[in-house]
Unconditional design. Sequence first.
Length: 278
Amino acid sequence: MNNDPRLSRLEKVLAEIAPDKRLAIAFSGGLDSRFLSFAAKYLGYTVKLLTVRGLHISAEETAEAVQWAQDNGFEMELLDLNPLQMEAVEFNHTDRCYFCKKHLFLELKRRAADLPLCDGTNHSDLSHYRPGLKALSELKIHSPLAEAEFSKQDNREVGALTGLDRWDQAARPCMLTRLPYNQKVLASDLTALGETETAMNRFFAGLNKGEIRFRLRKVSPEAFEMHIQREDFERLSEEERTEAEHLLASFPLFASAQWKPMEKLSGYFDRLLGQKAH
């Protein structure tokens, strides 16, 4: 057993949440929920994973989450839910995450039954704009990583120390973050975004240059842009950039998408909203 003091903090929090060492975790397959699941099992807990499948999550991400759960011996339940049924999500309101989380976690809590339900919110998330955190608080969802003051970096470091695979996994926000606020969300856009980002991820992975971070974003009713982390873009050769551009252009919806290297990839539409407010 690793004696890192951070792991001891997490063990203390989990003991308070689940004294009988049984719990359920809202599992997306991202780093935070994978680390929490892995760490809880490492500490001797029986863990049930609850995973939502829907248009707001790419099919590839769901498939990867299911595969990881199977490979690591977790019990898992898939729930099919469509957040576009809610007006705040359908029209991508700035508080859509609150309504989406409330809707999804009400169902997750029902499926968890007598098990305490946890999510992978980490301590770093508390300092960012996260409307969904209000919903978690109202529903009394446990966030052990935040309670144990685990930052995203702590998840990576302790995950590496305890044997978690892909501890350096990049963030994968939901597909709704690729779309502008206060515009109707088209199911066809979400599907196309998921399929195209999957193809681009596979292409970049084949280059063996580490993770290339990017987001495809709809910047107007008719236009999409390819936002790519500048430092990652600069690691690509001219030939690789040209090949990537041709691949993206082969998808009709993104044939005219402009490539824009970005210093900061996350929070694009939130920053735009802040600029308009001023």
